[in-house]
Ligand binder design. Structure first.
Ligand code: BTN
Length: 252
């Protein structure tokens, strides 16, 4: 089914039993000249990666480890805020399972009651203002039901939330279609066309939060995001904007 869905999207498709990281593997494929867009899925990852150098625990055949590899002309197809756009496609996919309580946390976590159910890792190689390689990596906790060793934050899964197993193929197909649609809007009109929609799903909108970086912490009220996907925070020193990079956000 996935194969024919990818044919309909004109995407190349690879399904692997195991790999180090679908993101790393997808980037290697692009660099070796593989046709793009290319969707890569694996049943497990031995070195799954998360944001900020974290490990993404990837048990066999329970979850979705999804990487979409793109060859882009950064001049014509702006990459800024693309991870937030991907978050919208991911959230729509989760909402369609019936899990309508899921929401976004800047820059691109998907949470249910403060527990993480999915995350996105965008990786870029080359010059973002010229032709470059981009991998949109998405991990969804689908049918996981017991704690796995090494998860260092509160988490949940579709199974735990919905009380039944979910078809990972169906999820991957829907996610692909939504990604195609949202990326089309992003590249045609920019993230500014999606900004309000993103804020409408932002769980921390209007809340008091602490932004943590290598340089220290800043507390403020979350105002939203700007057209470049940067976080707008009302701090004691006035409004400040932060682009995702290595930052993380906690509730104050
Ligand atoms: C995060 O929230 O920290 C991002 C997690 C992204 C995990 C996915 S799983 C598929 C793809 N391959 C990886 O190595 N990472 C991403």
């Amino acid at each position: 089914r996935l194969q024919s869905a990818c044919e309909a999207l004109a995407w190349d498709f690879h399904l692997l039993h195991e790999t180090d990281s679908t993101n790393a593997r997808a980037m290697r494929l692009l660099e070796a000249g593989n046709p793009a867009p290319c969707l890569l899925l694996a049943e497990s990852q031995s070195a799954g990666r998360g944001r900020r150098g974290r490990h993404w625990v990837s048990p066999f055949a329970e979850n979705l480890y999804y990487s979409l590899a793109l060859r882009l002309d950064g001049a014509a197809q702006p990459i800024e805020a693309l991870s937030l756009t991907a978050g919208l496609a991911l959230l729509k996919t989760l909402h369609e399972t019936g899990l309508t309580r899921a929401g976004l946390k800047w820059p691109n976590d998907v949470l249910v009651d403060d527990r993480k159910i999915a995350g996105i890792l965008l990786e870029l190689s080359g010059d973002p203002s010229a032709v470059c390689h981009l991998v949109i990596g998405i991990g969804i906790n689908v049918n996981r039901r017991v704690e796995a060793v090494g998860i260092d934050q509160p988490w949940t899964s579709l199974f735990l939330e919905l009380g039944h197993l979910c078809d990972r193929t169906e999820l991957a197909i829907r996610l692909s279609e939504h990604l195609r649609d949202y990326l089309q809007i992003h590249f045609a009109k920019g993230f500014s066309a999606l900004r309000e929609q993103w804020e409408a799903h932002h769980l921390w909108q209007g809340k008091s939060a602490v932004l943590i970086s290598g340089a220290g912490q800043i507390t403020g009220k979350v105002l939203g995001v700007d057209e470049r996907g940067a976080l707008r925070l009302q701090t004691a020193a006035g409004e400040q904007r932060f682009s995702a990079g290595e930052l993380s956000l906690r509730l104050a």
